[in-house]
Write a protein of this length. Structure first.
Length: 81
């Protein structure tokens, strides 16, 4: 673990270094004056359903099936309604 002392600028900002430029971070306030920063990824609400393990398994199964079953011609009139 590395400890670094930084000064908070007049606009309330600190810099973490160029290697973190453009990255998302999660800031957790543990108590007054104590924060924990973690690199994070943003997942839009509309895509959160994809993070479900059942959905992931179903998608992996569907992708495997599609890779092993190439498209073939079909007759739409042969389908029963």
């Amino acid at each position: 673990m590395t400890t670094i002392v930084k000064s908070v600028g007049c606009r309330g900002q600190i810099t973490l270094g160029r290697q973190y430029a453009g990255k998302k971070v999660m800031i957790e306030q543990i108590e007054t004056g104590v924060w924990m920063l973690k690199l994070a990824e943003f997942i839009p609400v509309s895509e959160r359903w994809l993070q479900n393990s059942k959905v992931t398994a179903d998608l992996e199964e569907a992708i495997a099936w599609a890779e092993n079953n190439p498209p073939k011609e079909s007759d739409i009139n042969a389908f029963e309604l």
